[in-house]
Ligand binder design. Structure first.
Ligand SMILES: [Zn+2]
Length: 404
């Protein structure tokens, strides 16, 4: 019997690992240049000096990537190895030299010529790029929807869960329940009344006091003038779909519909303002959920990496392994058929997005093999980026050749 922990999921008070003492970081960790003792943890990234915040995210990303590689070095027999350990370390096929590049006219720097794992789920470095591009796609989609006078709502679905639940079973259950719900006559009636023209589904997970908390965000596009989506009418459909799919029966927290008027106002602002890294809207929620810090006690996958990277927490490593295997091969965002065409957003794979270099870039540094080996042996990839961004060629030189 399920104790229906869903309602209480929102009440868990386990403190999030925001303030992790840096002295507890693993002994094998050489630290990050510029951040003695590891990257600083502030409650919220981006507050205060934005330059500092960017350095922080750069440095932390590489530190977490190293943690992911260490964690996924130990995987159950029979599981195909993850590529995050070799990602951004070896040269790409047919590439002569690894380079540090700088986008023309900005101080944005990045590496060229490296093999990339393109895993949005387990690689913090690849995920940063993929999720940013996916977020841009959603922004374009919503701007186009706005032009077409479509309304957009966000429906969030989740199911009861408890400590010890099998993650893969939960994922399968949610997937089956979602499909079952959309096949119900009741849904078809609601779809017609609301004038739904399509939706984009995003998958998200946290881990907290009640085990894995899987949920789905559904961005739903409706014709102007259609009936508003009503959570009270939708909930019974979701409840019966869950029980039919082997999940527990969700309570009132199992289905939420985001405020339509707020979503519309939000959509109206797309393109009208230059949002900084602090801006966290619908499209961030949809694409970067596994990156952000879990709220109300639940830990996001990146929180698990942080706990392992800064405190060596083995339990967090075990959970990350389970998550990595469970999410492998799943798509982060699924667009309903025809919606991309309707909104004029072309489909691109994660691999395409991670390899895409659309910036006009200048070479800051071309690394010879011994230089690159020296950097990756010391896990200084993040530090080199930071040095290149702050001081260009001279910064990279000073890091590589401290004795002149
Ligand atoms: Zn990667």
């Amino acid at each position: 019997m399920s104790c229906d922990p869903l309602g209480s999921t929102y009440e868990i008070t386990q403190p999030p690992p925001h303030e992790i003492p840096t002295e507890k970081r693993s002994k094998s960790d050489p630290g990050i240049a510029g951040f003695p003792g590891g990257a600083p943890h502030t409650g919220k990234q981006g507050q205060g000096d934005p330059e500092e915040a960017r350095n922080f995210t750069h440095a932390e990303r590489w530190k977490l990537k190293k943690a992911a590689a260490e964690i996924l070095d130990e995987i159950p027999a029979g599981v195909k190895p993850f590529r995050v350990a070799v990602c951004h370390r070896t040269r790409g096929h047919g590439v002569e030299q690894v380079q540090l590049l700088q986008e023309r006219g900005t101080n944005r720097v990045f590496y060229g010529g490296l093999m990339k794992c393109a895993s949005v789920w387990v690689c913090p470095v690849c995920a940063a790029k993929i999720t940013e591009r996916r977020r841009e796609e959603l922004t374009r989609a919503n701007a186009s929807a706005h032009e077409k006078k479509l309304r957009v709502s966000m429906m969030t679905l989740t199911a009861p869960h408890r400590m010890g639940d099998d993650l893969e079973k939960l994922l399968q259950g949610i997937r089956d329940a979602r499909r079952a719900m959309f096949n119900r006559k009741g849904w078809k009636r609601i779809r017609e009344a609301a004038g739904i023209v399509g939706s984009i589904c995003a998958l998200e997970v946290t881990h907290g006091g009640n085990g894995w908390h899987v949920h789905v965000h559904e961005l739903i596009y409706c014709e102007a003038g259609g009936a508003a989506l009503d959570a009270e009418k939708l909930l019974p459909l979701w409840q019966s779909a869950c029980t039919a799919s082997g999940l527990g029966r969700p309570n009132v927290h199992g289905l939420k519909v985001g405020d339509g008027s707020k979503a519309a106002a939000y959509v109206a602002k797309f393109g009208a303002e230059d949002r900084d890294e602090d801006g966290w809207g619908v499209e961030h929620e949809m694409t970067k959920a596994h990156v952000k810090r879990g709220k109300k006690g639940g830990r996001s996958p990146w929180d698990l990496l942080r706990a392992y990277a800064y405190t060596g927490e083995e339990r967090a490593a075990e959970l990350f392994r389970v998550y990595a295997v469970g999410f492998r091969g799943r798509r982060q965002l699924v667009w309903s058929r025809g919606l991309r065409d309707l909104l004029g957003v072309r489909a691109k794979s994660d691999e395409e997005l991670v390899e895409e270099e659309r910036e006009e870039a200048e070479v800051v540094w071309s690394f010879d093999l011994s230089e690159w080996r020296w950097i990756i042996d010391r896990h200084l990839e993040g530090a080199v980026l930071q040095a290149g961004r702050e001081r260009g060629k001279a910064g990279v030189y000073a890091l590589l050749y401290p004795d002149g």
